[in-house]
Design a protein around this ligand. Structure first.
Ligand code: SF4
Length: 328
């Protein structure tokens, strides 16, 4: 069956992935493979705009790729590669920067936010980030970019850059990517307040052992109004219940929904049940991860092969781009 077009998505190398990464991106990446030719990129160059040291960059890249593969990215179909291994993207970034107005980049809320976050390191890369992101997308003749609703303006900006390029050079070589909205649940960390994130240390890693997972689950904050075991709780405001709804069988969800409200179940019991269901859900992932990790060169072979296939597409696009620009 022929596929509906090409999907591109990228993510920074953040090392071992957590439940937030899984529910927010990886699960969707895996599903998209059914209908689309998928190009998935670990964007290490983007990471350079914010990291202070590259000491862990390689390790984080390998761990992340291993998690993606264990979760179901199929490298024999999809292209999985590392951004810096396809240098053509830097060239396209430079050409696209010539058709992007500086004022538009400095006005972007994401740039202003970064300036607030790292006032001592407002580097040129931060400003050019959306241009490099556009180059990432269009270099592979991408039709579709899967994004959450809050990310859609970034793709609109990429479309504007593409239009400027095509208009300037009177060409159609670059494709305006379309947005595919994805339903991304907001996954809170074990603090029950902030989005799950490694930097906040409120995360649960996919590759954690069952014991580590249970320990983290037992640390989860529950309904803050439920102080004593005998107090009725409110599952609607409890992050443990939210996660039950994702990972537990419906019978457990229904039971917790009833019993919590009449103090028929304690929070420790409820969290133990969730930990058991989560561990069961992660069992195949962990087995696959262990199997892949036992083959020492497997991840680098997959990434090298992905980069080779990505470079073949990139070479073709860049030949068309240079011709459209009438470069000598
Ligand atoms: Fe949350 Fe479960 Fe405790 Fe209810 S019983 S407050 S759903 S952890």
């Amino acid at each position: 069956m022929s596929k509906k077009g090409r999907v591109f998505s990228g993510a920074r190398p953040t090392g071992r992935q957590h439940l937030g990464n899984y529910l927010g991106a990886i699960k969707n990446y895996v599903a998209l493979q059914e209908d689309y030719d998928c190009v998935y990129c670990i964007v290490d160059v983007h990471a350079l705009t914010t990291v202070e040291t590259t000491e862990n960059l390689k390790q984080n890249t390998m761990e992340m790729a291993l998690d993606w593969l264990a979760a179901g990215i199929r490298p024999e179909e999809s292209i999985l590669f590392v951004q810096s291994q396809v240098p053509q993207v830097m060239e396209l970034h430079t050409y696209l920067s010539m058709v992007t107005q500086l004022g538009k980049l400095t006005d972007l809320p994401t740039f202003k936010e970064k300036v607030r976050q790292q006032p001592d390191n407002v580097n040129y890369g931060l400003l050019g980030y959306p241009v490099l992101m556009t180059a990432d997308i269009v270099l592979y003749k991408t039709d579709i970019v899967p994004v959450g609703i809050d990310q859609a303006p970034h793709i609109e900006f990429a479309r504007e850059i593409v239009r400027s390029f095509n208009f300037r050079y009177n060409t159609k070589v670059l494709i305006e990517p379309q947005v595919k909205h994805t339903e991304v649940p907001k996954v809170l960390g074990i603090d029950g307040k902030e989005k799950m994130s490694k930097s906040l240390n409120n995360h649960i890693e996919l590759a954690a052992t069952p014991e580590e997972t249970k320990k983290r689950v037992l640390e989860m904050v529950t309904d803050p109004a439920r102080i004593k075991r005998s107090d009725p709780g409110n599952p609607d405001v409890c992050n443990v219940f939210t996660m039950h709804k994702i990972f537990s069988p419906q019978s457990d969800v229904d039971m917790v929904n009833v019993e919590c409200r009449r103090a028929g179940i304690g929070c420790v019991e409820c969290k133990t049940l969730y930990a058991r269901n989560l561990n069961k859900h992660l069992e195949p992932f962990r087995a696959k991860r262990a199997e892949l990790a036992s083959q020492p060169d497997l991840v680098s072979d997959v990434l090298n092969d992905g980069a080779k296939r990505a470079r073949a597409i990139a070479d073709k696009t860049m030949a068309e781009v240079r011709e459209a620009m009438q470069l000598p």
